[in-house]
Design a protein around this ligand. Structure first.
Ligand SMILES: *Cc1c(COP(=O)(O)O)cnc(C)c1O
Length: 228
């Protein structure tokens, strides 16, 4: 478990160096530790090393870990995986953020299932920026209409955009996402978050305005099994 603290320390060190090279204030950036498939003990190890924001991909796994770790009251849970309508309740009841919103129906269910005591659920629209047939996310043309519908719903707060570029196409995707984020912010000035960049491509993401980067392997090591 010390290994996790070390890897986390190294990730922040690298991140801070890159931020200073690019003249980005490090406090403008949120590192999300993606703990999918990893045990709760790995999350505790990262928590004890100071990490508070964690990302999960599977609704059931998020719900189980959030319940198991409920004494760690200041953990911030980010749901970053594909979301089917029969699983929205688990996410509405446990997540603080959803990065992967791409349908009005899902948004409506999250809004109606959100326990009022938890406050608003912060959401990002997932953009299928590399236009992959197999990938989740909306097209760029769908962004403003969906943003408009979502901003009318109670209990949800539109905070920005998320993308997972196709392999080898990160840079072009990040350039496009930065432009898209700027155009979203012209209509929704508070939707400033841009969730992009993973273990392999985060330095490029920073260059193009990422505000949240999602690191799994770089912190927790290779995943034991791969459900992606
Ligand atoms: C798994 C996953 C990550 C983390 O990926 P790594 O390459 O292990 O850093 C980030 N974002 C999403 C959406 C993921 O599913």
């Amino acid at each position: 478990m010390n290994n996790i603290a070390e890897q986390l320390g190294l990730a922040y060190h690298n991140l801070n160096e890159k931020c200073s090279a690019l003249a980005i204030a490090p406090d403008k950036l949120q590192l999300i530790a993606v703990s999918k498939t990893k045990p709760a003990s790995a999350i505790v190890a990262a928590y004890n090393a100071g990490q508070r924001h964690f990302g999960e991909n599977y609704p059931q796994e998020l719900a189980e870990k959030a319940a198991e770790l409920q004494q760690y009251r200041d953990i911030v849970w980010h749901f970053i995986g594909p979301l089917q309508s029969n699983k929205t309740k688990l996410v509405a009841e446990h997540a603080h953020w959803v990065h992967s919103l791409d349908r009005l129906k899902i948004a409506q269910r999250l809004a109606s299932q959100r326990p009022p005591a938890m406050g608003v659920l912060k959401v990002l629209l997932q953009i299928n920026i590399s236009d992959e047939a197999s990938k989740a996310g909306i097209s760029t043309a769908e962004m403003l209409p969906l943003a408009h519908q979502i901003s009318a719903l109670p209990m949800l707060q539109l905070k920005g955009l998320m993308a997972i570029p196709a392999p080898g196409q990160s840079e072009a995707a990040f350039v496009a996402m930065q432009q898209l984020s700027n155009s979203l912010q012209q209509h929704y000035p508070h939707a400033t978050e841009l969730s992009m960049g993973m273990s392999d491509d985060w330095p490029q993401a920073l260059r193009y305005g990422a505000t949240m980067i999602r690191l799994g392997t770089a912190i927790f090591g290779a995943r034991d099994y791969d459900k992606e």
